[in-house]
Design a protein around this ligand. Sequence first.
Ligand SMILES: NC(=O)c1ccc[n+]([C@@H]2O[C@H](COP(=O)([O-])OP(=O)(O)OC[C@H]3O[C@@H](n4cnc5c(N)ncnc54)[C@H](OP(=O)(O)O)[C@@H]3O)[C@@H](O)[C@H]2O)c1
Length: 320
Amino acid sequence: MTKWGIIGCGRIAHRFMQGLNALPDNVLAASYSRRAETVDAFVAQYGGEASSSADELLAGDIDAVYIATLPDTHADYTIKALNAGKHVLCEKPATLNLPQLEEVLTVAKASNCLFMEGMKPPFYPLYQKLKEYLKQDPIGPVGYVRAGSSVADISRDHPNFSHALAGGALMQIGIYEAFLAIDWLGETEEVQAMGRFSGMEIDMFSIFQTRHRGGYAQLYGGFDLHGKGDALICGTIGHITIHKNWWNPAKATINYLDGRVVEIDEPFTAGGLNYEIAHFVELMKAGKTESPIITHEMSRQMIKMIDDARAIVGLKYIGE
Ligand SMILES: NC(=O)c1ccc[n+]([C@@H]2O[C@H](COP(=O)([O-])OP(=O)(O)OC[C@H]3O[C@@H](n4cnc5c(N)ncnc54)[C@H](OP(=O)(O)O)[C@@H]3O)[C@@H](O)[C@H]2O)c1
């Protein structure tokens, strides 16, 4: 049985519990959130102990911690948890910026604990089946990725709009696209970006294009346009569409130059976080300190791309 602690009992923590409850041999042992009423309601719904501080939670009998606060506190809680000898699955973006991530990775290395950023798409059955399928029916070397997400119906009190909580389109949405571009095209060599703030302290809409070892990516994220949310991946003899919402992938179409069309349908269950949790637990049980899929280097490259794009659009967070 893997005993979990959760820090930050908000929206994504509820979805995490949907995933956790779908897996055998995993249990929520303790939860902590800033407000007592939040944690009490969470514990009433999912069980386990309510902790009155992160220190209390980390001193308890738990194996792994899921950090589900906002990015302003990810690094602090991750470092605390690793120093307490707990394995850490931390929500995306793992930290505010690359220097913070380097601190986290230094502590992770010294702790000998598993640390993984919760970047969910590669663990979905569709994404895995697609990669597997391409091994026997490839689209040739991939040279272009186009992806985006702009969600216009988020309430203005959502943390995505908060500068203090490291909101903004690049940070909250762009990080997924950073993953996609790096996963298909390799390391980033150049970042170009434009963003508009529209009177807010965060970028409401940003576009960024990147050059990689393997080719180019064109990416966007936003909160005030009704975007489409699919992804296009182009190779020399075919292209793939991962249909909306590509970051919760369930359907892909591959169009080959010779006219063949291959559809891959692979619905996900339990909200979709169950797959990354299962991967994390498997690694933990095998004594690994790093995921071979969301590697520490992948986390470095993703946040570096967002740092570079933020520098160009002129978005700095508190303390930067
Ligand atoms: N993987 C995904 O699919 C996905 C989807 C959405 C979001 N996310 C990521 O998940 C993270 C959380 O997003 P969310 O949408 O769940 O936000 P949220 O609903 O605001 O939840 C965050 C929770 O953390 C608690 N909290 C805030 N500051 C805290 C602190 N200093 N110490 C302890 N608890 C604190 C708050 O609870 P109180 O009531 O106690 O203040 C809040 O309920 C973000 O990094 C976001 O990017 C991931």
